[in-house]
Design a protein around this ligand. Structure first.
Ligand code: URA
Length: 196
C-alpha cells in the first residue's frame, strides 16, 4: 500500500471508531473527526492536541483562531501548510473544549503512531503540553520531560525505526490568543525549525 492508501485506511478506521467515547458526540453534534492534513512526505510533522469547534465542523486541523496564529508562525520561517503535515493526538473534539483525557489519548494515540511511521518525518514539532508528553514518552525521553515552559524551543534527538529524528516541543499557538505569550515569543521558538 502506498502512503495515501495507508492514510485512507487510518481514516476509515477512525470513521468507524465506535469504541471512542467521542464517537456518539460526532453524530449528536453533526461534527467530524480530524485526521490530519498536508504532505505525506513532509520533513516536519506538527502534532497538536485535539480538534476545536471549527476543526470538528470542517474536519480540518487548525482552521480556527489558533490556526491563524500557526499560519503566521509558519510564514515567519517561510513554511506553508503544504510543506508540512499536521495532525493531533486526539482526532475527535473533546466535549466543550476540555483537555483530552487519558482514555482518549490511549484510544487515539496508536493512530498518531501509525501516521508517524507512514510520513517518517525528520522533525516532530509538538504543539502544547499533551502532545509534547505523548511524543516524548513514545521516544523514551521520559527523563527530559519538564513543564512546557522549560522545554519549548529545545530539540531532542531520538532513534526511530527509520533513523534518527528530532523532537521539538513548542507552545500551543492558542497561548498567543490568551495573551500568556506574545506572537514574538512563539516566533523565536519556531526559529529552531528554520533551515532544518
Ligand atoms: N488546537 C489543536 O490542538 N488542534 C487543532 O486542530 C485546533 C486547535
Amino acid at each position: 500500500m502506498n502512503k495515501t492508501e495507508q492514510m485512507k485506511q487510518i481514516k476509515d478506521e477512525i470513521l468507524n471508531l465506535k469504541k471512542s467515547p467521542l464517537y456518539t458526540e460526532r453524530i449528536k453534534n453533526k461534527v467530524f473527526p480530524v485526521i490530519g492534513a498536508g504532505d505525506h512526505n513532509a520533513k516536519i510533522m506538527f502534532v497538536g492536541e485535539a480538534p476545536g469547534k471549527n476543526e470538528a465542523q470542517t474536519g480540518q486541523p487548525f482552521c480556527g483562531a489558533s490556526g491563524r496564529v500557526l499560519d503566521e508562525l509558519l510564514s515567519s520561517i517561510n513554511l506553508k501548510r503544504e510543506d508540512i503535515y499536521i495532525t493531533n493526538i486526539v482526532k475527535d473534539r473533546p466535549t466543550a473544549n476540555r483537555d483530552p483525557s487519558e482514555e482518549e489519548i490511549e484510544i487515539y494515540g496508536p493512530f498518531l503512531d501509525r501516521q508517524i511511521e507512514i510520513i517518517q518525518p525528520k522533525i516532530i514539532a509538538t504543539l502544547g503540553r499533551y502532545s509534547a508528553e505523548y511524543i516524548m514518552k513514545k521516544f523514551n525521553l521520559d527523563l527530559e520531560i519538564e513543564t512546557i515552559g522549560k522545554m519549548r524551543g529545545k530539540s531532542f534527538e531520538v532513534k526511530t525505526s527509520y533513523g534518527a529524528i528530532k523532537i521539538v516541543p513548542l507552545l500551543h499557538p492558542a497561548v498567543a490568543l490568551y495573551n500568556s505569550f506574545s506572537r514574538d515569543d512563539l516566533k523565536k521558538d519556531f526559529k529552531i525549525l528554520e533551515n532544518k
